[in-house]
Ligand binder design. Sequence first.
Ligand SMILES: C[S@@+](CC[C@H](N)C(=O)[O-])C[C@H]1O[C@@H](n2cnc3c(N)ncnc32)[C@H](O)[C@@H]1O
Length: 248
Amino acid sequence: MRDLAALDRIRELLIPVLPEPTSDPGYLDLLGEKSPAGSPAQRLMRSGFLPRIYERFWRPALVGAMKGPLGPDTGQEEALVRTMLALGPADLVLDVACGPGNVTRALARDVDDDGLVVGIDASATMLARAVRDTPAGHIGYVRGDAVDLPFRPASFDAVSCLAALYLFDRPFEALAGMARVLRPGGRVALMTTRRLPLAGPVNDLAGALSGVRMFGDREVTGALARLGFSGVRQKTYGLMQFVSGRLT
Ligand SMILES: C[S@@+](CC[C@H](N)C(=O)[O-])C[C@H]1O[C@@H](n2cnc3c(N)ncnc32)[C@H](O)[C@@H]1O
């Protein structure tokens, strides 16, 4: 996909920067040679290999194992997130840390050409895959830092961030950024890790093995409430939690 019309619409949502970001790779690149802080897990996301197997094999296996046997499969998870976001056809939607665009494309099914779905990720290899796998239309991608979102305040009707908050070096700043770019009444849907209650060593082992942050059951919901979200809801499955809310 090289849909310059979608990228032109995204340019209007960006905080102006000089020089203007290039769209040569098929997405707007705001990082160039720069990359956000890199844990081993984040460096893996930038490899050339992972994007090729991520959507079909890596995500279902790893995220599936963390959700546990009673957790939703990928299709059920997408349905849950689409319900949480309650998208309308003309909505502007931001998918934070979109990877190869798997969730971005699922959300775009609820939006038509009056709306726009923007995926942002720091990994050039993930975004190359996203561009390759996304048909032209109302979807476009940006290479930028999820912890320092490059969009104007109150730009979006809905924001999603799945399977990524636990990778960020400053996840609570990232949540504040998501609140900043949402319009009043805008919805957020998150899927991230959770610490199993009363299982300190299991949590520590899971965190150490995966290299990701494990969030307490009230950490993310509490942060959203403090940022001005109402109707904050949480569903937990194994080592994962889904959290949603509406900005007041
Ligand atoms: C596991 S993938 C998630 C992809 C997709 N959201 C999903 O649910 O399958 C995590 C993504 O987070 C991105 N990421 C990690 N830290 C980031 C940051 N600070 N800014 C932007 N993207 C980041 C990685 O490049 C990777 O593509």
